[in-house]
Ligand binder design. Structure first.
Ligand SMILES: [Zn+2]
Length: 341
């Protein structure tokens, strides 16, 4: 038993005015045939040596007991349900509408009623899947006031974008898992996707890099990592590169260019589509240090204005490319003989 506080007031137990203690203690109860332990609060009268609870305490203890049951059964607690709803910024009644539940269902789940397993699963799915929330929202469009609709849509879209990125990052890290301890392949650097994004943004924003299409960008990435390895003994980004016909290309490059923060536009040519990386207003590169920037500036000075053909030719003349079999991973040790100083 812990005394939380003492207050002098009329004690409704002995009907005298004295210091009444508010105490916390571990209680046990049986709910739906399950025995649970929970923290309960109570008043304590020292004169009568008796515990007694106010109406609010009874309500609070009931919720604490049910949350202990929820935890034991792997169900969401009231606080977790409230935080899922808060994440989407949606009202209790509108969330019921979206889910096709009775209007007071969520209110009850955030209080004394324990949700069943089916509803619990639906709430967990909602928590993990903003795309699904957006689908449900679209279906309920006519029943929700237009202002609220737009507000919910905006919030869920932002959540969706962020979750999409974390999914993408996970997929890229999975593709790199087998190289994590191979320093010859990653250039003594663990994959750092924030650096990858900042390096690409740095090139796109530099103003002196012309026609930054995909092939050129891939070469500029490799040159930055190779030059950093030559100068400092480690790469900038931790990307692992394959020797493809047009030169070095990072593993999982298709996913990498879709990371949040990297912006490109699609340009239609006669035969195919080009991806041109474009500048943005954000000129902060929090993940890059002075060494990284010095390397990028050297690469920009050497190749910024190069055409795709010129940079591919330069790459083909590098020992790293000549000595690596087609489609194999390029060993960073060749970078010690890089043409760029
Ligand atoms: Zn008393």
């Amino acid at each position: 038993m812990n005394i939380i506080r003492k207050e002098k007031r009329l004690c409704t137990c002995c009907m005298e005015e004295h210091e009444v203690s508010v105490v916390k203690y571990t209680d046990t109860a049986v709910f739906k045939d399950v025995t649970v332990e929970f923290e309960a609060v109570s008043n304590y009268c020292d004169l009568a040596d008796e515990y007694y609870e106010s109406a609010e305490m009874l309500a609070e203890n009931d919720i604490a007991m049910k949350n202990a049951y929820r935890k034991k059964m792997g169900l969401l607690t009231t606080d977790e349900i409230i935080s899922i709803r808060a994440k989407y910024g949606i009202s209790q009644s509108d969330l019921c509408l979206l889910l096709g539940w009775g209007g007071k269902t969520i209110t009850r789940y955030e209080g004394h009623q324990v949700q069943d397993n089916a509803h619990d699963s639906i709430l967990k799915k909602l928590d993990a899947d903003p795309e699904w929330f957006l689908n449900l929202l679209e279906k309920s469009r006519d029943q929700i006031c237009p202002e609220s609709f737009l507000k919910y849509q905006k919030t869920a879209t932002q959540l969706y974008e962020v979750s999409g990125d974390s999914y993408l990052r996970k997929a890229i890290r999975a593709a790199y898992a087998k190289y994590i301890d191979n320093n010859n392949y990653n250039g003594n650097m663990k994959l750092n996707l924030d650096k990858v994004i900042d390096v690409i943004r740095y090139y796109a924003n530099s103003g002196t890099v012309t026609a930054l299409y995909k092939v050129k960008l891939m070469k500029l990435l490799w040159y930055a990592d190779a030059l950093s390895f030559k100068r400092f003994g480690h790469a900038v980004t931790g990307l692992v590169y394959r020797a493809l016909p047009m030169g070095a290309v990072p593993v999982a490059y298709e996913s990498i260019i879709d990371l949040n923060g990297i912006e490109y536009e699609e340009v239609e040519f006669e035969e195919n589509t080009g991806y041109r990386f474009v500048s943005s207003d954000n000129h902060d590169y929090p993940s890059l240090n002075a060494d990284d920037i010095s390397v990028l500036e050297t690469v920009i000075a050497r190749f910024g204005k190069s055409t795709k053909a010129e940079i591919v030719k330069a790459m083909h003349d590098e020992k790293a490319y000549i000595c690596t079999a087609k489609n194999d991973i390029i060993d960073f040790n060749y970078s010690l003989e890089l043409s760029v100083k």
